[in-house]
Design a protein around this ligand. Structure first.
Ligand SMILES: [Zn+2]
Length: 396
């Protein structure tokens, strides 16, 4: 192409790009989210913007969009953020889970080890039927979460069975889960983790470990993790916290982060988060990469409440609203390949959007030990847009 042809091609491309605006907006968008504070850490954006959606994708993020005949969602006074990604839930234990957490703004979830090889088919079936994207970590214990302990009987950490389960569901299983509390593994944590990595290795999949009350120190367990693996329940108290008895971060923890191991909150209800540990860890600047709830269908009645509530818990420890949103969107999207095009409002991305309210007031947040802290700000779910469509609100 000569220079003249090049200029002409560039000009028509520019006209094409701006043609909709020049010619009027009619039928250009299906939905326009108007006037919200758009916070998208993937774009370093925090400003009042309109978001135009067409054919299930983000079509424009601009200071003012003429909606024409498109449907509108009035987001004035609210936050408009990429759909939230919760990387540690038990949402696929039952069919009502995924639509329930969708109302909280969770447009992508991981079911983290609800099931092992023996019953993963039903969990995968629920993830497949979910309205939003859902993926599954297989519990290395073939019986899944067992009251007597997933892998106290080492025969339950069955490498062959776990590999066969992954083979059956290559499109939905995105990793392994190993719960390493003494009540779950007995004294077998090192061997269970070794076998979990053995399962994951031929597939190149990440492993998520559940830490805290393991019989072995993290000094021994963390070196067994590879880049991209995930440590959940990072604020769990001793015996095997990420800090030592004097409250200082273990050198192995810092080394693990340098190697690209992800540290995740995993709020839950028992043994996973205690405010004095949060204080020690946050003060040393070791902030979580991702939040997660450890959610299940009962969470609205516990200290979890919902994902936006869990996101609000670190505001009092110095985390800003945009930083919290980064943990719940772009950071989480990078953790699993299946979510690589999520966690962003970039033009062309799937139009999964959470509209949140940031309320000021006196709020109380619970850890897992019935300790409370007070906060002045809390995020509340308001609206969810999934693949460009508004999710109906629950009847009050
Ligand atoms: Zn869990």
């Amino acid at each position: 192409m000569n220079r003249r042809e090049f200029v002409s091609a560039a000009l028509s491309a520019a006209l094409f790009a701006h043609g909709g605006r020049l010619a009027g907006q009619a039928a250009r968008y299906d939905l326009v989210i108007k006037g919200g504070r758009v916070i998208d850490p993937s774009l370093r954006l925090d400003a009042i913007r309109d978001v135009g959606i067409a054919a299930g994708r983000i079509a424009a993020v601009e200071t003012s969009i003429d909606a024409g005949t498109a449907a509108t969602l009035d987001a004035r006074g609210k936050l408009v953020v990429p759909g939230l990604i919760d990387i540690h839930t038990h949402a696929a234990r039952s069919a009502e889970g995924p639509p329930l957490c969708l109302r909280d703004g969770v447009t992508a979830f991981i079911d983290a080890g609800s099931a092992g090889a023996d019953d993963v088919d039903s969990v995968v079936a629920i993830a497949k039927a979910a309205p939003q994207i859902g993926r599954v970590l297989v519990n290395v214990g073939r019986g899944g979460i067992l009251p007597g302990g997933d892998t106290k009987d080492l025969a339950l950490a069955d490498v062959g069975a776990a590999r066969a389960a992954i083979e059956r569901h290559r499109d939905y299983v995105v990793g392994l889960k190993a719960r390493l509390s003494e009540t779950v593994v007995g004294k077998n944590d090192v061997e269970v983790l070794r076998r979990t990595q053995q399962v994951a290795e031929p597939f190149g999949l990440p492993v998520m470990i559940h830490m805290g009350q393991s019989p072995s120190s993290l000094r021994d367990l963390l070196p067994m993790l590879k880049t991209g693996d995930i440590v959940t329940h990072m604020f769990a108290p001793p015996p095997n916290a990420i800090v030592d008895d004097s409250g200082r971060l273990l050198p192995e923890v810092l080394a693990a982060r340098r190697r690209g191991i992800v540290f995740d909150v995993g709020n839950g209800v028992r043994d996973h988060i205690r405010w004095d540990i949060v204080e020690q860890v946050m003060r040393q600047g070791f902030w979580p990469d991702t939040f997660s709830t450890d959610w299940n269908v009962m969470s609205s009645t516990t200290g979890v409440v919902d994902f936006p509530n869990c996101m609000s818990k670190l505001f009092g420890y110095g985390m800003s609203v945009p930083e919290a949103i980064a943990c719940a969107t772009v950071n989480a999207a990078r953790t699993f390949e299946a979510f690589r095009d999520r966690g962003t409002l970039n033009v062309g991305a799937p139009a999964d959007v959470a509209v949140l309210e940031l309320r000021e007031g006196d709020f109380t947040f619970l850890d897992n030990y019935e300790n409370t802290i007070k906060g002045r700000q809390r995020l509340f779910p308001s609206e969810t847009v999934l693949a460009g469509a508004r999710v109906p609100r629950a009847a009050a």
